[in-house]
Ligand binder design. Structure first.
Ligand code: 26W
Length: 767
């Protein structure tokens, strides 16, 4: 009721002419309502032991629907909005808060939701990029990027706290870091935590002397240099940018965050030695400069280096999110010296401490150097300092121990933990799929909202009528998605088709190209009159490619060309449709996961650290068509291998054949594989004269200076994959298939981020 009144007040104040106006009115009303509780929880969190999550990315998506849902005021607000002629759904036009690339950033967002719901004092620290991940459109099938000016119509979910700004000092400039706070409203609003994002601004805005002397450009140069630091999210996922500006971003937000933590402690009369009451989780290596920065700040307070570093070892914990070699961050010492010279002596001291310790233990330096060969190795800095190091799925943690970080595991086995990722069921079921949520609540109650394991009770509700209702809900979601896709992409899908979905960043290791080749092969076989019983299938892709990732862009173009040709072929388009949705993001994902029949999780074994989209589709009742990789393994274990479609080489096999693998032999030996691959070069599809398709072909058959042919083993897995797809196709529509889908939902409990955060709290943060 209170919220409804406040909405009317803000509507009167600003008028409600556009969805953005409506969004402002609703958001401000909610902000007003939670303000006192939010402040009280911030104060309370300062009392006991607490944790911070430092991350260069927070992929929050749209706040409004999830907040209304967590506050349990959706119906009240819907009624209020309708009183002045609007619809809640109008707010689907407001932009996502997309300050992240993919899995790592979305995981951070799920974690904040879970910690607030569990009542755990966990605040996030990051960067308030002016431009989030680029907006994507297709021009003639090619990806085209545009800037994502997400705050253009305002940012009603954040509060600028200028009074808490801090100064960040670089070698060549000083800037202000101004915090913007966003409330993280746990389910039932029992706890409200904070996401604090830093915006870079000039220390002394405008250079009047320069302006007065007629140097107009120079008068704003300082402002521009400062603002550039938080202007744009680097759109690389799993490849390092290696750019000075990126280093600046990393130091900017870690320095501001550490200063902020220490300032608040000082105000509360607490010691800067915070190992006993603060844990700082480093989300990959991007925030790892927090370590030397903390040591530097302590030393500036008069603490000796040895004691300061000993304290740092009690504070920081590090999560690794990838084994891709090209993602391991390294910085030139020369760049570090120029941008953050104050850190270099600290880094050198840490290096010496490491070397001394290894000498005492009689262990060679090996690959563990932090500062060596004019390079700073961020993962080594993290592993040497952090009291806990974790991977994000069982297989990933095992690979870290056996391979990527094996030397560190040998040195400090007790530091290593597995923390299998999770997703928040509040966004990925309650908000994304209200129909299925209601179905579940009618049968097992609403306990699943805070205890996802209770979904197991669904096993008692898989009779004929339950199954029929479950299928009807999936069909309604498919219809809604088809309508949305038609309106947005201009492609009509039939909800009676199987919806086979691959949504994730575009990367060679994720093997969207394998899916594309399988589609082409299916098409060729249908044209040849094979596969008489093939059930109509729509293959749906969603993915952004890093703007400079040539091959990933080639795969997008290839799939768009496949879609163009197949969708127009009257001989097969009653059974085969393909669509690559544009500008895939969190909000699009909410619609897609609710409508998936089949979840494509087909990375080469040993490459996908965990995956979290796999969990979202599982929770919403899709079967996984996947490899033994990342969390797929744990998904199949939880839901039953017989309820999923697992195929392809395991990591042990790929490791064994890696050095002798001859991709061409597979190609020559399998006529179907060859026929599909050849469409890259035989003129079937047109790459607009770019040579991209030829380059893809060569990547598979010739390799390049930096990799062997078919480095992700598409050819090894092609036939297994085709067979698994045809099994899915044969099973679809049967009662057994519906049961598989329901079993996946019923056993998704383990993949709640509540479980993951519970484990971090218990085993790593001790809160
Ligand atoms: C330095 C460039 C860069 C940028 C982003 C390197 C690495 C990244 C991320 C770590 C990539 C990423 O998002 N990794 C994903 O993390 C998810 C959450 O743990 C996992 O589920 C995915 O498997 C993993 O690819």
């Amino acid at each position: 009721m209170e919220t409804a009144k406040a909405i009317e007040k803000y509507a009167a104040l600003y008028g409600v002419h556009t969805p953005a106006d409506l969004h402002s009115a609703v958001s401000q009303a909610v902000m007003e309502e939670i303000a006192v509780k939010w402040r009280a929880d911030q104060t309370a969190a300062e009392q006991g032991r607490r944790a911070y999550y430092l991350s260069a990315e927070f992929l929050m998506g749209r706040a409004v629907f999830n907040n209304l849902s967590n506050l349990q005021i959706v119906d009240e607000v819907r009624a209020a909005v309708e009183r002045f002629g609007g619809k809640l759904e109008d707010m689907e036009e407001v932009p996502d808060m997309a300050l992240g690339n993919g899995g790592l950033g979305r995981l951070a967002a799920c974690f904040l939701d879970s910690a607030a719901t569990l009542g755990k004092p966990l605040d996030g620290y990051g960067i308030r990029y002016q431009y989030g991940i680029f907006k994507q459109r297709f021009e003639n099938g090619f990806q085209v990027e545009a800037a994502d000016d997400w705050t253009a119509a305002g940012d009603p979910w954040s509060v600028r706290r200028y009074g808490e700004r801090v100064v960040v000092t670089f070698g060549d400039m000083r800037v202000l870091a101004v915090p913007y706070d966003t409330p993280i409203i746990g389910y039932g609003a029992k706890t409200i935590n904070t996401l604090r994002l830093w915006q870079a601004e000039p220390l002394d805005g405008f250079d009047f002397p320069a302006f007065d002397s007629g140097k107009y450009l120079k008068s704003t140069a300082g402002r521009e240099a400062a603002e550039r630091i938080s202007s744009v999210l680097y759109p690389n996922d799993n490849t390092k940018a290696g750019k000075a500006l990126r280093l600046r971003q990393e130091y900017f937000f870690t320095s501001a965050s550490l200063q902020d933590i220490l300032r608040r402690r000082k105000a509360a009369g607490k010691s800067p030695l915070m190992g006993d009451d603060v844990a700082v989780q480093l989300n990959d290596t991007h925030p790892v400069f927090a370590i030397p920065e903390y040591v530097r700040l302590l030393c500036a307070e008069g603490v000796a280096f040895e004691q300061a570093f000993a304290e740092a070892k009690k504070v920081f914990a590090y999560t690794n999110h990838t084994v891709m070699a090209e993602a391991l961050e390294k910085w030139d010492v020369a760049t570090v010296k120029k941008i953050v010279p104050a850190l270099l002596p600290i880094l050198n001291k840490i290096e010496r401490a490491l070397e001394n310790e290894l000498r005492e233990k009689n262990v060679p330096l090996g690959r563990k150097a932090i500062v060596a060969d004019k390079t700073v190795h961020m993962a080594n800095l993290a592993c040497y300092t952090a009291y806990a190091v974790n991977g994000v799925a069982k297989i990933h943690t095992e690979i870290l121990k056996a391979d990527t970080l094996s030397e560190w595991y040998a040195l400090y086995p007790e530091r290593f933990f597995n923390m299998t990722n999770g997703i928040t069921q509040r966004r990925w079921l309650a908000t994304a799929n209200p129909k299925l949520a209601a179905f579940i609540t009618e049968r097992v109650g609403d306990g699943w909202l805070t205890d996802l394991k209770t979904l197991e009770g669904l096993e008692q509700h898989m009779g004929e009528r339950d199954a029929a209702e479950f299928v009807a809900i999936k069909r309604a979601n498919k219809q809604a998605l088809a309508d949305f896709i038609e309106q947005k992409e201009g492609v009509r899908l039939d909800p009676d088709f199987i919806f086979d979905i691959q949504i994730k960043r575009l990367h060679e290791y994720k093997r969207q190209l394998l899916n594309a080749l399988a589609i082409v092969s299916t098409y060729q076989r249908l044209k040849d009159g094979e596969l008489p019983d093939f059930k109509p299938t729509a293959y749906i892709f969603g993915a952004k490619s890093a703007p400079g990732y040539f091959r990933a862009k080639a795969v997008i173009k290839y799939i768009n060309e496949i879609a163009r040709k197949l969708n127009a072929d009257p001989q097969t388009n009653d059974r085969l449709r393909v669509v690559f949705v544009s500008d895939y993001n969190v909000s699009y994902a909410e619609k897609l996961v609710a409508a998936g029949d089949v979840s494509e999780q087909i990375s080469a074994a040993g490459t996908e650290a965990s995956g979290t989209g796999n969990m979202k589709l599982m929770l919403n009742g899709a079967v996984t068509l996947g490899t033994y990789d990342g969390a797929n393994i744990e998904i199949a274990e939880a839901a039953g291998e017989e309820n999923n479609y697992i195929f392809g080489a395991r990591v042990e096999e790929l490791d064994a054949i890696r050095n002798t693998y001859e991709a061409r032999k597979f190609y020559e030996a399998d006529a179907r594989l060859k026929a599909a691959v050849d469409t890259l070069i035989d003129g079937t599809f047109d790459d607009g004269g770019t040579g991209m398709f030829r380059e893809l072909y060569d990547s598979l058959l010739k390799g390049a200076s930096w990799h062997r042919p078919d480095q992700y083993f598409l050819f090894r897995d092609f036939d297994d994959y085709m067979r698994a797809r045809l099994r899915v196709n044969a099973d679809y529509g049967t009662p057994q298939f519906v049961r598989k889908c329901m079993m996946n939902t019923a056993h998704a409990g383990r993949f709640s981020s509540d479980r993951t955060i519970g484990e971090y709290c218990r085993d790593i943060w001790k809160i």
